[in-house]
Ligand binder design. Structure first.
Ligand code: SF4
Length: 181
C-alpha cells in the first residue's frame, strides 16, 4: 500500500486526497483576503458592498489587504486604462498561490461604455479571471451572489497543493492604439 505522503504527492482522486481537498477548500472559501484594485465609479458600490449593511464578513471576505503578498482575492473594481494594465499585472504576479480574480462591473468585464483607445476591453486580456460580476455598477446583491458562486467553485477545486493558474507570462499585454494626430 502506498505511503500517505506518496498519495498526497501524486494527487489523484483517492479517498484521502479528495478529503484533504474538501477540508482545505472549506477553509479557503471562508477566508478570502481581498485586494481591492479600485479605480473608478464602481468603487462607490464597492464601499457599499463592503460596509456593515451587506457585511462581507459573512462570507469570510471582510478584511482588505493592501499588500498583494498578503491577499488571495484580487477584486478589480472600475475602468482599467492601458496605462494601468502593467500595474494590474504586476499586482497579480505578486500574489501568492492560490489566488482568484474577480472582474467587478461592466468596465472590467468588457470595457463597459468605454470602447476607446485608452480602455482595456476586459481585464481577462491581462490576468485570468475567475468571476465576472456584470452591472454598471453591480448592485451589492449581485456581488454577494458572485461571492457565493466563487465559494462553490473553490469548494470543488481539485489538487489543493498544485498551482491553479497559468503563468501570466503566457498572456500578452494589449496593444495600445493611439489616434493619429
Ligand atoms: S462599470 Fe459603470 S459604474 Fe463601474 S466603473 Fe464602469 S462606468 Fe463606472
Amino acid at each position: 500500500m502506498p505511503e500517505v505522503h506518496e498519495i498526497l504527492r501524486q494527487g489523484g482522486d483517492s479517498f484521502l486526497t479528495t478529503k484533504v481537498d474538501a477540508v482545505v477548500n472549506w477553509g479557503r472559501k471562508y477566508s478570502f483576503f481581498l485586494y481591492p484594485f479600485v479605480t473608478a465609479c464602481c468603487g462607490m458600490e464597492f464601499m457599499s458592498a463592503a460596509g456593515p449593511r451587506y457585511d462581507l464578513d459573512r462570507f469570510g471576505a471582510a478584511l482588505p489587504r493592501f499588500s498583494p503578498r498578503q491577499a488571495d482575492l484580487l477584486m478589480v473594481v472600475g475602468t482599467i486604462s492601458h496605462r494601468q494594465a502593467p500595474i494590474l499585472k504586476k499586482v497579480y504576479d505578486q500574489m501568492a498561490e492560490p489566488k482568484w480574480v474577480v472582474a467587478w462591473g461592466a468596465c472590467t468585464c468588457s470595457g463597459g461604455p468605454y470602447n476607446n483607445y485608452a480602455t482595456v476591453q476586459g481585464i481577462d486580456t491581462i490576468v485570468p479571471v475567475d468571476l465576472y460580476i456584470p452591472g454598471c455598477p453591480p448592485r451589492p446583491e449581485a456581488v454577494m451572489d458572485g461571492l457565493i458562486k466563487l465559494q462553490g467553485s473553490v469548494q470543488n477545486e481539485r489538487g489543493w497543493n498544485k498551482p491553479r493558474h497559468r503563468e501570466t507570462s503566457d498572456l500578452t499585454l494589449p496593444i495600445i492604439e493611439r489616434p493619429v494626430p
